[in-house]
Design a protein around this ligand. Structure first.
Ligand code: 4NP
Length: 156
């Protein structure tokens, strides 16, 4: 079993979106028994909450249901348990690196490092913007999801 954790700040916008997009791809690739997927936030603001309505709506328009997800905070144990710990932006990356032990550092990446097109390195925080930002987040995540699956297939 390969375990993948997506991490953003609040775990109500970007990382649950990435969890939903990647789960759909993994299911379509018939790999759901080989790849486990979860998401978490670096902060505790939204523990137990459903994903942001705007994130749920944007995902639903692409056939992805985020309604069952609930916010949780990333823990040091996650860095031991997961094989890929994927940060949405550099601030998330730095926060994860600061709690990781030396042997765990290599599991932590910027998620967009897996995108073919490397025009962007960070998924911008859509929380304080409009609905358009959530579609842009989905576009960027969909772009990187295929590259991530290819990396997993090659390594495991
Ligand atoms: P996320 O978005 O990190 O993509 O889940 C945010 C959600 C909440 C806040 C910031 C970003 N907040 O400041 O409460």
């Amino acid at each position: 079993m390969v375990k993948v954790l997506f991490v953003c700040l609040g775990n109500i916008c970007r990382s649950p979106t990435a969890e939903g997009v990647f789960r759909k791809l993994v299911n379509e690739s018939r790999l759901s028994r080989q790849i486990a997927i979860d998401s978490a936030g670096t902060h505790a603001y939204h523990i137990g909450e459903s994903p942001d309505e705007r994130a749920q709506d944007a995902a639903a328009r692409r056939g992805i249901d985020l309604s069952g997800l609930r916010g949780r905070q990333a823990t040091p144990a996650d860095l031991e348990e997961f094989d890929y710990v994927l940060a949405m932006d550099r601030e998330n990356l730095r926060n994860l690196q600061s709690i990781a032990l030396p042997h765990q550092q290599e599991k932590i990446h910027l998620f967009l490092d897996f995108a073919q097109d490397n025009a962007h390195q960070e998924v911008p925080d859509p929380y304080f913007g409009g609905r358009h930002g959530f579609d842009k987040v989905l576009d960027m995540i969909e772009e990187a999801a295929g590259g991530l699956l290819a990396d997993i297939r090659q390594r495991f």
